[in-house]
Design a protein around this ligand. Structure first.
Ligand SMILES: Nc1ncnc2c1ncn2[C@@H]1O[C@H](COP(=O)(O)OP(=O)(O)OP(=O)(O)O)[C@@H](O)[C@H]1O
Ligand SMILES: [Mg+2]
Length: 696
């Protein structure tokens, strides 16, 4: 177990300079002594080779940094795997300081003595093999293979003839490390004879120069040489959770989002991390599926489905997480399933059972899964439900699932850029996901929903006005509104306010949305865009068009004004009505919205006057015939009021008698004094009808 504290155990002298690893590591004095003095004993030799393996079997690049003191330099280890960095720092602290790396060799300061090791071969780590290995030519002319990897993959390649006690003890230690939530690795070694090496070299050269299927050939060569390995030791590395992860998961779950965890880690580590991020709780019933045969997996899945449905019958559904005193206890389930079992389940007839069991559980935790299995799990949900899936991950092994999910998010961290490069959004910390979904997701949804409806409405309202006119022209499709005005209606008279409101308006503040994650449910219940709202907004546009058309029609029916003047009145009235309609729906006013809504109405008036002053156009002087009279202005006012009264009344009644969560939230914001004193649990929000899935 390697812990970082503040003591330097080792430094390297280069010329008159002192080189120190950048990260201070606390060391075990017994182990340091064993390494220094115990070269002759079996235990000392193993320890020596263990640290040599840590220093050589990696892809870390050492960088030498200057310090304020010209006599001191810091060695910074850079690499894509934070685990490898930790291990190389640990090796350095015990006297195996990686000083230099080139493509063909590494230089390691071994207990004060510089040694050059030839890198004869490197089988890179990949998440399917779950191990990596290097072939090293040592200064004493021996050739060694160092391997490190996940326990599951390492125990399958060890030399069974060697001391079984070592294996047993290693397994015991690994179990205790992973139960503490540490990420474990097993390190092994094999001495290669010249014949072994020659055989490997020719196979390796053949594979690495192959034009087709190079990856598979190289993997086969690696599998060939990575056998009969003897165990040198195991390591446990603390993988600290980022700040705010438990709180973020809690918020997401309150928002009705199902959180599933897919990790390449060992089962015990994954469960322990599940507890520390509060995804798993002691009240949960854990269903563990961890088998090596299809029959066993099938039986476990059937049992899981039966158990969840049986216990659900006697307890309320999962969505109703609020338990009332005296009511039956809410039974929540966590499904823990490992990659071995998924091999027999994904892409087979058992997939359906897995889907049933997983959706019946509150939490799903998949461990030791390969990258393609991660994508398979996302596809399991995506192909069977209408729910949206979101995958978030930080490593190269998360790329497939990020690409498979509807929304892919990459965390830019210490594990390289692959996840970020393949994602739709990238962020520095997991907790920012809450703001992305609950705040920006909510705002975007309500803006998009409203703007789609509003655009249908405003265009329909105007087109209906033109249509009513056609009824009086024997369906000849002549129009009272000039062609210029018809075109400018969409391009100028009503376009900009729509865009500005869609950018600036916010139905609720960021603070409220973050404080009450259940407000996110509005999107899941499709409250801002649905058939009912669509029909309602079409009815509004019919009503408003009737008001806009018929009031001037009846008023001027017996007058001498021509059809172009009437057309101008219809146009100006329509622009005022649809813009005032928008103004009625704006929640958060600012000067930009004011400027664009009222400015657009003013701009329309100016444009109409200018167009009617051009003697070449058909409606020349039309507006001047009517705008001089008070009747024209009174009409505009009457039309606007009459057109908007139903919208206003429905809005007021709806908000007063049937307020939805958003409206309650808005009122709370208005009386924010009360908001501060209202305990969170007293505010009842609706439960969700649909779920969304988040997979990380
Ligand atoms: N550089 C490495 N060298 C050797 N083995 C490694 C290395 N990195 C990871 N492993 C082993 O392979 C396993 C699988 O790694 P993988 O990157 O697929 O998932 P992970 O990093 O454990 O989990 P997560 O899915 O949370 O990123 C790890 O649990 C670890 O035991
Ligand atoms: Mg990883």
């Amino acid at each position: 177990m390697l812990k970082q504290t503040h003591s330097y155990a080792f430094a390297v002298t280069v010329g008159d300079q002192l080189w120190r690893p950048k990260m201070p590591v606390n060391t075990d004095s017994d182990l340091v002594r064993l390494l220094r003095d115990g070269g002759a004993t079996e235990e000392g030799k193993s320890a020596y080779e263990f640290f040599l393996a840590l220093a050589t079997c990696n892809t870390i690049v050492p960088l030498v940094l200057n310090t304020l003191d010209p006599k001191q330099k810091l060695i910074d280890y850079q690499g894509e795997s934070p685990d490898e960095q930790a291990l190389v720092y640990a090796a350095a602290a015990y006297g195996f300081v990686l000083v230099e790396r080139s493509s063909g060799h590494v230089v390691i300061d071994v207990l004060g003595e510089r040694q050059r090791f030839d890198l004869l071969g490197l089988h890179e780590f990949d998440s399917d093999r779950k191990r990596m290995s290097v072939i090293v030519g040592c200064p004493d002319k021996t050739v060694k293979l160092f391997v490190k990897g996940a326990d599951s993959s390492m125990f399958s390649i060890i030399n069974r003839d060697l001391d079984p006690e070592v294996t047993r003890l290693t397994e015991l230690h690994l179990h205790s490390y992973s139960s503490l939530g540490l990420r474990t690795l097993v390190i092994g070694m094999r001495d290669l004879s010249q014949a072994d090496f020659d055989e490997w070299q020719s196979a390796y050269e053949h594979a690495s120069t192959a034009v087709f299927g190079r990856g598979n050939l190289l993997r086969a060569v690696a599998a060939q040489i990575e056998s009969n390995v003897s165990i040198l030791g195991a390591s446990g590395i603390e993988d600290k959770l980022q700040k705010g992860v438990p709180e973020a998961i809690e918020s997401l779950r309150q928002a009705g989002i199902k959180v599933w965890v897919l990790t390449g880690d060992k089962q015990e580590t994954a469960i322990s991390i599940g507890y520390s991020c509060k995804l798993l709780t002691n009240e949960m019933t854990q269903i563990v599926i961890n088998h090596n045969t299809m029959e066993a997996c099938k039986k476990s899945l059937e049992d899981a489905v039966a158990l969840t449905s049986k216990l659900r019958v006697i307890s309320p559904p999962a969505g109703n997480a609020v338990s009332v005193v005296g009511s039956p206890r809410v039974v929540s389930f966590a499904l823990v399933i490992d990659g071995n079992s998924l091999v027999y389940i994904l892409d087979t007839q058992l997939e359906e059972q897995l889907f049933k069991a997983a959706t019946a559980c509150n939490v799903v935790l998949c461990c030791r899964v390969a990258p393609l299995q991660k994508a398979g799990i996302v596809a399991l949900i995506k192909n069977r439900t209408d729910d949206m899936t979101l995958a978030i991950g930080d490593g190269a092994n998360d790329v497939s699932m990020i690409q498979m999910a509807d929304v892919g998010i990459g965390i830019s961290g210490q594990e390289g850029r692959q996840a970020v490069m393949s994602s739709d959004f990238s962020m520095g910390q997991f907790r920012f996901l809450v703001t992305l979904l609950l705040v920006h997701g909510h705002w975007n949804y309500q803006r998009m929903g409203y703007m789609i409806l509003y655009n249908f409405y405003k265009n329909a309202a105007f087109v209906f006005v033109l249509f009513w006119y056609v009824l009086y022209t024997a369906y000849t499709l002549t129009t009272a509104v000039s062609e210029w005005s018809s075109m400018l209606y969409s391009v100028l008279y009503t376009a900009l306010p729509t865009i500005i409101v869609a950018i600036f308006d916010k139905d609720l503040s960021r603070r409220t949305l973050l404080k009450y994650p259940k407000l996110y449910g509005s999107g899941q219940r499709e409250e801002r865009y649905n058939k009912k709202l669509f029909v309602f907004c079409m009815m509004e546009s019919v009503w408003q068009s009737l008001v806009i058309f018929y009031i001037p029609y009846f008023v001027y029916r017996r007058s001498t004004i021509d059809v172009s003047s009437l057309g101008d009145i219809w146009l100006v009235a329509a622009v005022i009505v649809v813009n005032c309609h928008l103004a009625l729906d704006v929640v958060r006013w600012n000067w930009v919205i004011h400027a664009f809504i009222w400015g657009t109405i003013a701009a329309t008036a100016i444009c109409v006057v200018v167009l009617d002053s051009i003697w070449l156009l058909p409606g020349y002087w039309a507006i001047y015939y009517v705008m001089g009279s008070g009747l024209f202005w009174a009409l505009l006012l009457i039309i606007t009021v009459a057109a908007l009264v139903p919208h206003f009344v429905v809005k007021v009644f709806g908000e007063y008698f049937m307020p939805d969560d958003i409206q309650i939230g808005r009122e709370m914001e208005k009386f924010s004094g009360d908001l501060i004193h209202t305990p969170r649990s007293e505010i009842q929000m609706r439960t969700l009808s649909r779920n969304q899935n988040l997979i990380s």
